[in-house]
Design a protein around this ligand. Structure first.
Ligand SMILES: [Zn+2]
Length: 107
């Protein structure tokens, strides 16, 4: 009488297929998450830029000392980088930018 079930070779083939799929999909997933975080960070920078414009209009052209100076009057909450970068003033572009290179906007 023949035993019902899978042979060792069949199980190894299934495990090999699962490993190959994981090797393809995991890096793609990580790329997509990084791109989403960069997009969110760039959207935050645009929000801060708009709030700084309104702040400067209200304060006769004076820049805010920090992003946190914009809350709660100009931004409801202080935006934070999803990848733990920090927003600092960059005089070369005249705006607050993220400290992470991959989150830099093109001006
Ligand atoms: Zn960032």
């Amino acid at each position: 009488m023949r035993n019902k079930g899978f042979t060792l070779v069949e199980l190894m083939v299934v495990v090999a297929i699962i490993i190959i799929l994981a090797a393809i999909l995991v890096p793609r997933y990580l790329d997509v998450t990084d791109q989403a975080k960069a997009s969110k960070c760039m959207a935050n920078q645009r929000t801060v830029e708009g709030a700084v414009s309104v702040y400067m209009a209200d304060h006769e052209g004076t820049m805010p000392g920090a992003v946190s100076d914009l809350t709660p009057t100009y931004i409801e909450t202080t935006p934070t980088c999803p990848s733990s970068g920090g927003y600092t003033y960059d005089s070369s572009v005249g705006s607050y930018t993220c400290s992470l290179n991959e989150h830099q906007r093109s001006y």
